[in-house]
Design a protein around this ligand. Structure first.
Ligand code: ATP
Ligand code: MG
Length: 781
């Protein structure tokens, strides 16, 4: 039900109100966690619609995750009713896809290629595959120039809006020159594949708006209000995009649109993706006559939790001090726990959850468990399953990253976009149909030689026009080409996505192969594929978002397959997993937790080397970023916060002893209630006792365990232990390559075993001391 404008102001404090009511000049709301920044954005939108006669179609709001976008849309709908549907509320990526598909003609002109509106979106894995192909073509030694490093450098260029020509002009040193070469070739290959990668989505949109002023003006006329949440995590390209969308006085006859951004420099945690707090710190310089509003009251957490967060973040240098306060009262003390090892830690978390839920204080859905890196979820999952504690993992080895899911989607992508080389090569011999590596390189060489696409070369091969191919391979390729044509016929005939997917799984023999297998993993692969068909069916039935009429008219009708793929690639991007039911414990990394809140939060793994992360120990800038992550983690909690660490933890298959996280020491001791400290260590974790659930009858337990399983089966099963990466042995004079710092020379070494360190001269990146335990992204050349 829609509410009147006044109701939208009720309960807001004076600063929040001011932010909702502000008109005209650009507005920046800066404030600490839980002070209502997101609430202000939502209410501001509501107020625009209810009181300022703004049409929903004139509003564009940008959030950091798809989940946040969905929530915001829901909240605005609750405030103003279904009219809210005509707004564009999405992540930067989704917004750009939408814009680029609408402007396909200009995009073609910009790229000087026949990029169609059904372009594929390459995610990190596709990108790495394509970079690998490109690097191979350029004869680059993969040890010296790992695809991951090259891809990261290319990504940095795109985030800075540097095109291949400029990258080449700017390149100093061997690595940068190689990167520039790879970048140019990679962009060409993307174009041939009719694909854009994630960074392209932003960069190309900016380029398009800059190259076609009439297009930019169209969007400026349309979106009179642009709002951005989590502004501290925008990178340069995203900042320029916002500027282009809003426009300036000088740009055109159109008045600049109203801009409202909210953020918190203390929560900037994506520097590694090019995000820069410069965007928030220099907002007033970027947008003259901007207004800045500060919020200081926190509505989320108890004073105890806030004091802990304030104390930790206060240790960061070069920040503007701000004091958050709350009326909520002190609340419970923070509970600390020192575990013997990671299993003991997980057991502690599980038993506390059990107690909290049993006492009726909260439900499973009110509880979140955070950790620093994805693989840490495994021990929690194991014990939760054993105990039948229902949970979901957000992020991690996700459903959409499973091999079988990617295979099936690659088929669909080839059907939607015949030129998609990465997908085409992925499925060429999957399931095996006798098209070996030799035949594939033969086709690829032909494509290079004749300067045609891989798809075109395949057709040549099928028609017998590549003489180097042996007849058996030729027949196999002809069969494959026919199969794809046949499947594409279904799409052209208007079959819905679920039916097409079903046909793919049947006619390729993919399903039959899994059914015939007695490998239990193949059983879960089948389940995942069944789940994917369900996702497709729900997509068709859901029929996508309600669009305003103007909008609906310019979306091509053939595009339900493309729309499905787009949705899948964007969902697979950041957050997220489709929503699970209520009532399950949420497991996620600290990064994913941004913007969310839970009554009860367990922050685990507070050990130097885990959190703060190993890489950060020797580098002040990274340490500051880890500290902001700690601030984010602590401030997610509303009532209860637990902080735990393990004395021992196995890392890459070896037990490692980690000291307490330095962040623990930064919290005033009187805020913490230690349940168990180091000196009380009492041997094996058998000491932990379980609630009644674990002692229940076998069948009940199995039932619960199954329920626990089912909540996770959708995002798939962790496939067990991590790859063993033995500690590096380095000597003075060794040449190394680091994922981030590039090439370097070892100038000193110290210690041995898990304590080994090396001091490495990385040239312009500086001389850095690194611990050499497994996991350090360093290779010896
Ligand atoms: P973060 O920095 O973590 O993203 P935020 O500043 O966006 O936090 P919100 O999520 O908007 O904060 O708000 C935090 C909580 O406080 C929410 O539960 C919100 O509903 C509540 N809240 C915000 N403002 C008020 C208010 N004036 N009165 C009551 N509750 C409020
Ligand atoms: Mg927020």
């Amino acid at each position: 039900a829609a509410e009147g404008p006044d109701a939208l102001l009720d309960g807001l404090n004076p600063q929040q109100r001011e932010a909702v009511l502000h008109t005209g000049s650009p507005l920046l709301v800066v404030a600490g966690a839980g002070s209502g920044k997101t609430k202000v954005l939502t209410h501001r939108i509501g107020y625009l619609l209810a009181a300022r006669d703004v049409h929903p179609g004139q509003v564009m709001a940008i959030t950091f995750t798809n989940k946040a976008a969905a929530e915001m849309k829901e909240r605005v709908t609750a405030l103003v009713g279904p009219r809210a549907n005509a707004m564009w509320v999405s992540t930067f990526h989704s917004m750009c896809v939408r814009l680029l598909r609408r402007e396909a003609k200009q995009l073609r002109e910009l790229l000087d290629s026949d990029m169609s509106s059904s372009f594929s979106i390459y995610d990190a894995d596709d990108t790495r595959r394509l970079v690998t192909l490109v690097a191979r073509d350029l004869d680059l030694d993969p040890k010296r120039y790992p695809a991951r490093t090259l891809a990261a450098h290319v990504s940095n260029h795109k985030n800075e809006l540097i095109d291949p020509q400029r990258a080449a002009a700017l390149a100093a040193g061997d690595l940068e020159r190689r990167v520039a070469e790879v970048y140019a070739a990679y962009q060409r290959r993307l174009g041939e594949a009719n694909a854009l990668d994630f960074d392209d989505l932003i960069m190309r949109t900016v380029q398009l708006l800059q190259a076609f002023p009439e297009v930019a003006e169209h969007y400026r006329r349309r979106f009179r209000h642009v709002l951005v949440d989590e502004y501290q995590d925008t990178n340069h390209a995203q900042y320029v995009l916002v500027r282009e969308l809003v426009g300036t006085e000088a740009d055109s006859e159109v008045e600049p649109s109203e801009l409202c951004v909210v953020g918190d420099a203390d929560q900037s945690i994506y520097a590694f993706r090019g995000a820069t707090i410069r965007n928030i710190v220099e907002f007033e310089r970027d947008f003259p006559n901007a207004r800045t509003i500060l919020l200081e009251q926190n509505y989320r957490s108890t004073q105890t939790i806030l004091s802990a967060a304030n104390a930790v973040i206060a240790r960061n240098p070069n920040r503007r001090d701000k004091r958050l306060w709350t009326e909520a009262g002190d609340g419970h003390k923070i509970i600390g726990y020192v575990a013997d090892n990671e299993h003991d830690e997980a057991a502690f978390v599980a038993s506390e959850i059990d107690k909290l839920v049993d006492s009726g204080e909260c439900g499973n859905g009110d509880i979140a468990v955070f950790y620093r890196t994805n693989h840490q979820s495994r021990v929690f999952e194991e014990i939760f399953i054993r105990l039948g504690l229902p949970y979901r993992v957000v992020g991690g080895v996700r459903f959409y990253e499973r091999r079988e899911v990617r295979d099936a989607l690659a088929y669909l992508r080839v059907l939607a976009n015949p030129e998609d080389t990465v997908s085409l090569r992925r499925i060429l011999n999957v399931p095996k149909r006798g098209i070996g590596d030799r035949a594939e390189s033969c086709v690829s060489a032909h494509a290079e030689r004749e300067r045609v696409s891989f798809a075109a070369a395949l057709r040549e091969a099928a028609a017998g026009r590549i003489p180097e191919l042996n007849p058996r391979s030729q027949r196999a390729i002809a069969g494959f080409v026919d199969l794809v044509d046949e499947l594409r016929g279904l799409v052209d005939a208007g079959e819905d996505v679920a039916a097409v997917l079903d046909a793919v799984l049947d006619r390729t023999g993919y399903r039959a192969e899994l059914e015939a297998s007695d490998d239990p993993q193949d059983g879960s692969r089948l389940d995942n594929l069944t789940e994917l068909v369900t996702v497709a069916r729900e997509f068709t039935e859901g029929a996508g978002p309600v669009e305003e009429a103007e909008e609906a008219a310019d979306v091509p009708a053939q595009d339900s397959l493309a729309a499905f793929l787009e949705r899948v690639s964007l969902v697979a991007d950041s957050d997220s997993v489709p929503e699970q039911g209520e009532g399950v414990v949420t497991l996620m990394t600290l990064h994913t937790a941004k913007g969310l809140e839970f009554p009860v939060v367990f922050c685990t793994g507070w050990e130097d080397g885990v959190f703060p992360h190993l890489r950060a120990l020797s580098e002040p800038a990274e340490l500051a970023e880890e500290r902001r992550l700690a601030y984010v983690g602590i401030t997610r909690a509303r009532q209860r916060l637990y902080l735990s660490r393990s004395l021992m933890r196995s890392a890459w298959g070896q037990p490692v002893t980690n000291p307490a996280s330095r962040f623990l020491d930064e919290i005033p001791h009187d805020l913490l209630d230690w349940r168990r400290v180091e000196s009380e260590r009492s041997g094996p974790s058998a000491a932990t006792t379980w609630g009644r659930r674990s002692t229940g009858g076998d069948s009940a337990q199995a039932g619960l365990a199954e329920r626990g399983m089912r909540t996770t089966s959708f995002r798939g099963w962790r496939s067990g232990g991590e790859a063993a990466a033995p500690a590096l042995k380095l000597e003075v004079g060794d040449r190394v390559n680091h994922d981030k710092y590039g090439l370097g020379t070892v100038v000193a070494t110290e210690g041995s075993g898990p304590r080994a360190t090396a001091t490495i001269d990385f040239g312009s990146a500086g001389t850095i001391k690194l611990m050499l335990i497994g996991g350090v992204p360093l290779v010896k050349l």
